[in-house]
Design a protein around this ligand. Structure first.
Ligand code: GDP
Ligand code: MG
Length: 296
């Protein structure tokens, strides 16, 4: 007992510091207009995002996004503060000629890296740099039941080089469970065929536990999701759901869709890793390229 000096309190010291600072998580949503991007985000972060502006009133006509817009929210759970930036993009691929329609999105992501690098290189830099780097790109796939559109392949490939891409099958309530599984398998095949390397990435230092967790995520990707900002009554209880021609879909029921898996993945199992991977892989690649260019 004599030799106890007390450095084990460092974990509490770190925790205290982190709690005071809070966490920053930045998500971008990409996909055609009307696929339920805004709805899904509101469903994931649920009541937290229902703000005083009354933007999420039911039965509002489809909100069209015409430019890239970031909205910030602060969410607190049990004393942990999460600053959430949601970046909404105009429906890409809506046009007849879609050539280059992904450029503004890629540029936006790179601009955040470049802003971060500039701050890092500033002589009298702040001790804490405001982080706007995108940690996760939710990529919305139309529930066609057939295959990816050629443009989806191109855009996912480009995006995966600069950001953690997480594909979702949007509005999956429009597919039967059987159609849904076949579509998901087809998409996984296509991603492999086109050599698109998506998050999560395995690294050499990963623990067995982590490797298995990542494998389970790869088996479920793309998440077949349903979003809803409205409640429906099931067994006398109000749940988030939708009525469709087959009955009522409970968004939070894992037998109905994979919404809960996606939410767990984003907030409970991979939040920290998405942030870390952004810094260590995507930002680092950008940074070394830029610094190399400076030297030449
Ligand atoms: P965005 O343009 O991608 O942001 O799409 P919105 O979130 O504005 O949704 C467009 C329309 O689709 C709205 O009427 C939503 O109520 C509806 N919608 C959103 N998510 C789903 C879903 O999972 N299933 C079905 N069937 N409709 C949805
Ligand atoms: Mg929208």
């Amino acid at each position: 007992a004599q030799s106890y000096v007390g450095f084990d309190s460092i974990t509490q010291q770190i925790e205290h510091k982190l709690l005071k600072r809070g966490f920053q998580f930045n998500v971008i949503v990409v996909g055609p207009t009307g696929l339920g991007k805004s709805t899904l985000i509101n469903t994931i972060f649920a009541s937290h995002l229902i703000d005083s502006k009354g933007r999420f009133v039911a039965d509002e006509p489809v909100r069209q996004t015409t430019e890239i817009q970031a909205a910030s929210h602060v969410i607190v759970e049990n004393g942990v503060k999460l600053r959430l930036n949601i970046v909404d993009t105009p429906g890409y691929g809506d046009q007849i000629n879609n050539e280059g329609c992904w450029d503004p999105i890629i540029k936006y992501i790179k601009d955040q890296h470049s802003a971060y690098l500039r701050k890092e290189l500033t002589a009298m830099r702040d001790r804490y740099i405001q982080d706007t780097r995108i940690h996760c790109c939710l990529f919305f796939i139309s529930p066609t039941g057939h295959s990816l559109r050629p443009i989806d392949v191109i855009v996912m490939k480009k995006l995966s080089e600069v950001v953690n891409v997480v594909p979702v099958v949007a509005k999956s309530d429009s597919l039967t469970p059987d159609e849904r599984e076949k579509f998901k398998a087809k998409i996984r095949d296509e991603l492999a065929y086109h050599n698109i390397r998506l998050y999560p990435f395995d690294t050499d230092e990963d623990e067995e536990e982590e490797v298995q967790l990542n494998e389970s995520i790869r088996q479920i990707i793309p998440f077949a999701v349903v979003g809803s900002e409205n409640g429906v009554i099931i067994d006398g209880k109000s749940v988030r759901g939708r009525k469709n021609r087959w009955g009522v879909v409970n968004v939070e029921d894992p037998n109905h869709c994979e919404f809960v898996h996606l939410r767990n993945f984003l907030t409970r199992t991979h939040l920290q890793d998405l942030i870390e991977t952004t810094a260590q892989i995507h930002y680092e690649a950008f940074r070394s390229k830029q610094l190399l260019a400076l030297k030449e």
